[in-house]
Ligand binder design. Sequence first.
Ligand SMILES: [Zn+2]
Length: 222
Amino acid sequence: MEHPSQPDGGGVQSARCRQCGESSGGELFCAHCGSLQRPATDYYVFFGLKRVLVLDTEDLQRKFYELSRRLHPDRFTWKSAIERQYSLEATAILNDGYRVLRDPLMRAEYVLKQEGFDIGEQRSKDVPPELLEEVFDLNMALEELRLGDEEAHGQIEEARNRFLAMRESIDKELETLYRRFDDTQDRGVLQQVRTVLNRRRYVRNLVNEVEKELAREGQPAQ
Ligand SMILES: [Zn+2]
């Protein structure tokens, strides 16, 4: 299994510090003189984390707060123009990277994208086959409800509960796949992650649709 090269931000390891000329140790702040280096654009590299899908989010949060403190604009007021520029770039990467990596779904999508997987919104031909019947029944019930059939209400609530249970089991499935990927670094597992993420997105949309309908129904008639 070929190990994928890190896009951008690679090569940081061997970089020499622009300030002191020593090896910066691949750290955001030079290991030798402490000056701010050009930030890595890869979120995992930036935070100094191993590229895993099951992430210790408390550790991530600690790093986030520590870096926020060290990158505070007040600390750069008297620094060189280049360090001020790096501090702005680093702050943007810090915030975007934290938002993405702390969310288990966005984190997986990020790794999939790095690995060249297409993670666009799912096309109708990708509708999970096991959901086709479910979706068909739901659309029938929604239609009946709009036509004033009271019984449809119960069906829709049942459908919502089924979708919520599905989402829960999908999340468990994802966690299992995440662990498997972390253990094996196998692209085949990422392929499975992508399929399950698509299914989850589909189910999430169904939940939203049903909840919107139930909320609308709760409103007094106009
Ligand atoms: Zn240095």
